[in-house]
Design a protein around this ligand. Structure first.
Ligand code: ADP
Ligand code: MG
Length: 779
């Protein structure tokens, strides 16, 4: 586990100066992030000291989270993703990662074989990107970086197809040698075939192996080459040929299959057209996507793929947004609707004003985020990497001892001991184990992304698979968040109009869904619009403002009781509450004016989704709401939610999450991502809904559902549980393979070539098992 301790200057809004709560909230939010060990805030110097686990948390994520609270964290590191090209063995990835990490000025590096993406955080004052890229090249790999590359591209390694051809030739030569041997041809002839086969199969391995030797990191390529050379020295030419052919075949196949997994998400972007019809100077021109500017008008014909993010300015249609949200039911689009690149237009023609550039549209952001997520390592990956760190040197040492000392210690022919030693070298990379986790994770995260579920890293995927309690925010998550006022009960000789006008005046400044409903009602009824000043919101309770010279409070029972006003227990109010309405009270500082009942509609498929959560293994469902107990209970009952906790302020929700996750429970909090940020952060997994419409929601959460639809949740849970199972199978299988190969080699049951076969075969099996996660499954 690597932790980082940092002092980082921050910039926050001026009101933070005398807002202790704001600073507490910042501390709470950051502390709640998974992997954060300590947060100390030095408010007078505006410095935060962070210590966090870099495997679970990136500096980038911390920055984003702080940004949601209006705090800018100083840029200290540059963050770069580099696509490494030509990585063909899992342990090679680890070797390169270590080498990059060792560079002075590199704060953090991670390279995942399954994605081949090297992510580095470095201090630009201390090291240039060039030096990092040079290290990559020194190891014999090519690279690609998104964005500008100042460096001329490296000449690069031979393309994969060349490797495939050579492997094929190597196989043919091996076969020819075998036939020559069987037909009793001269030893010179079949030996020549075998040696040629070994050279064809081994040339790439030898090259990379040599480079890794220069980098003082012995990778599989080197060990396999050494084994083949050893076999040739023992005059066992057929073994040498078999080793190199099998290794070459195995790693080519691995590279192909892993590539397929890797690319599954990129195919989303490739599905978007490269040009679009744009209205310019009164004419319609076909313009390449990257030349379209923000604010231009793009024409979309019926049936076309939407090329840009934008707002509809003319036309009506239904659009299938499945590539973005995973939801295939078409959505109506009309003037003012937001529309996303990658979705498929229905029967109507649309004119759309673009709202982002091509490389920054929602789809591109999703793909980028998924790629970064896939590159991040999961917790269980640490186990296999740590195992590899000890296992490899131990086996190599064992090989040296046996090869050099075997004949003296135990007697027996010298060449047998050398052969044992070489076999040990061949199996000294626990490659199947190293890829047991990452390939599964890449496949699962890719699959999820295609269904509109963004899982922001392997650690989050594993955590989601472990969840036993699901906690939901009520408004906007379980309900539509679109309330409507249906009843107004005036008190103390005020009129209905007065109550509504005063409430609407206060709420005109608020952004709460309830506020919306009240203002809408007032507009419908055409009540007067009094003068408003001194507005103040009390999160989770309500709001206050001065209306026509009088202080008016609008909010929950709690808010009114805090004013010292006793609420009457009238039957009218009890009636409202029993129907699941939310009741909002309107009062001046001395007396109650009235009560307003508003009702929210449940989302259609919520009941079904909650039920399915149970079938995929969630044990308890909980609703957390700021609303009253009666309303909470009424809604929980309608939805089939096990328990509800009501009248919670945002900080109470946080405390409740902590309480629920006590013991061995793992809790997922599902919310709308913005006002519930602390609770989302405190949960083992924070899940935000409606990511397509609000980028901030995606950023706040560990998992984001792009569609504002809870129906995707059971799928996400099921997928992550499947991923956990696959990972467990892979790890146990790989461990067993390692044990069999090593003991087999020691007992001479496993020869050099069967050793290679076992080594490559187990890696391929692990990959094949992981690829099952690419397939969708109905839950
Ligand atoms: P939830 O947990 O259901 O999302 P909130 O925490 O946003 O609800 O709000 C809790 C309660 O506080 C609401 O049910 C309402 O009584 C009151 N409240 C919050 N904001 C407002 C507002 N702007 N106007 C009126 N009442 C409000
Ligand atoms: Mg809410």
């Amino acid at each position: 586990m690597e932790t980082d301790k940092l002092d980082i200057p921050v910039i926050w809004p001026d009101y933070f100066e005398d807002c202790e709560q704001c600073i507490d909230r910042l501390r709470e939010t950051l502390t709640g992030m998974d992997g954060m060990h300590g947060v100390t805030i030095d408010a007078s110097h505006r410095i935060i000291e962070l210590s966090y686990d870099k495997d679970l948390l990136t500096f980038e994520e911390i920055k984003e989270r702080a940004r949601l609270l209006g705090v800018t964290v100083a840029e200290r590191f540059k963050h770069k993703s580099i696509q490494v090209i030509g990585l063909d063995c899992p342990d090679c990835a680890m070797k390169l990662e270590t080498a990059v990490k060792r560079l002075a000025g590199v704060a953090w590096a991670t390279l995942n074989y399954a994605t081949s993406v090297l992510i580095v955080e470095f201090e630009p004052q201390k090291i240039e990107l060039k030096a990092i890229l040079k290290r990559v090249r020194d190891f014999g790999y090519d690279y690609e970086i998104t964005g500008a590359v100042e460096e001329p591209r490296a000449k690069g390694r031979a393309p994969r197809s060349a490797r495939l051809v050579l492997t094929f030739i190597s196989g043919l030569l091996l076969g020819a040698g075998g036939i020559a041997w069987a037909l009793g041809a001269s030893p010179t002839l079949f030996s020549a075939f075998f040696i040629a086969s070994a050279v064809c199969g081994g040339i790439f391995a030898a090259r990379t192996g040599f480079l890794s030797l220069r980098g003082l990191a012995l990778d599989t390529n080197f060990l396999m080459t050494a084994a083949a050379i050893g076999a040739i020295a023992l005059r066992d030419y057929s073994e040498a040929a078999a080793v190199m052919f099998l290794f070459s075949l195995g790693s080519t196949l691995e590279a192909y299959t892993v590539d397929k997994t890797r690319k599954s998400i990129k195919s989303l972007i490739e599905a978007v057209p490269t040009s679009a019809s744009v209205r310019r100077n009164g004419r319609i021109e076909t313009v390449a996507l990257e030349d379209i500017e923000i604010g231009e008008i793009v024409l979309i014909k019926p049936g076309e793929k939407v090329p840009v993010d934008g707002t509809v300015v003319d036309g009506e249609s239904t659009v299938n947004e499945a590539p973005i949200t995973g939801e295939s039911a078409p959505r109506d689009k009309f003037k003012g609707s937001a529309i996303y690149a990658g979705s498929i237009n229905g029967r109507g023609a649309l004119e759309v004003r673009t709202t982002s550039t091509t490389d920054d549209n929602t789809l591109a952001r999703i793909v980028h985020m998924v790629e970064e997520a896939q590159a991040q390592k999961a917790l269980s990956q640490r186990f296999s990497e740590t195992f590899g760190r000890y296992y490899t040197p131990v086996v190599i040492a064992l090989a040296v001892i046996i090869g050099a000392g075997g004949p003296f210690l135990f007697g027996g022919p010298y060449h047998q001991w050398i052969e044992r030693a070489l076999t040990l070298l061949v199996v000294s990379c626990p490659c199947a184990l190293v890829i047991s986790t990452p390939v599964a994770i890449v496949a699962a995260i890719g699959n999820a992304a295609k269904s509109g579920i963004l899982i922001k890293g392997g650690a989050h995927l594993e955590a989601l698979g472990d969840v036993s309690i699901a906690a939901f925010d009520k408004t906007g998550t379980l309900t539509k968040g679109k309330l409507s006022v249906h009843d107004i009960v005036p008190f103390n000789s005020h009129s209905v109009e007065e109550v509504l006008a005063a409430a609407a005046a206060v709420e005109s400044r608020s952004e709460h869904p309830l506020a919306d409903a009240i203002v809408r009602k007032a507009t419908e009824e055409g009540v007067a619009e009094p003068h408003v000043s001194f507005f103040e919101a009390f999160p989770g309770k309500g709001a206050r403002a001065v209306v026509d010279g009088e202080a008016i409070y609008v909010g929950s029972r709690r808010l009114i009781e805090e004013l010292g006003i006793d609420l009457p227990g009238t039957t009218a109010i009890a009636e409202l509450l029993s129907h699941g309405s939310t009741v909002v009270y309107v009062a001046d500082p001395r007396s109650l004016w009235g009560a307003i009942g508003a009702i929210d509609t449940l989302k259609e498929n919520t009941v079904d989704a909650i039920r399915r959560l149970k079938t995929v293994g969630i044990r308890r469902t909980v609703m957390l709401t700021g609303d009253t107990a009666q309303t909470g209970r009424a809604i929980a009952k309608q939805l089939g939610i096990d328990e509800e906790h009501a009248e919670l302020l945002p900080e109470d929700k946080l405390a409740k999450i902590r309480e629920l996750s006590a013991g061995r429970n793992s809790v997922a909090m599902i919310g709308d991502g913005i006002n519930d940020a602390p609770a989302l952060a405190a949960a083992n997994v924070g899940i935000a809904m409606g990511g397509a419409g609000s980028p901030t929601a995606i950023e706040a959460a560990d998992v984001a559902l792009m569609a504002d639809d809870i129906a995707m949740l059971p799928y996400a849970v099921d997928l992550s549980r499947r991923a956990r199972r696959v990972i467990r199978q892979n790890v146990s299988f790989a461990l067993i393979a390692v044990i069999i190969l090593v003991s087999g080699a020691l007992l001479r049951y496993v020869t050099l070539s069967t050793g290679v076969l076992g080594h490559e075969g187990s890696a391929l099996l692990v990959i094949a098992n992981s690829m099952r996660l690419l397939k969708p499954r109905n839950v």
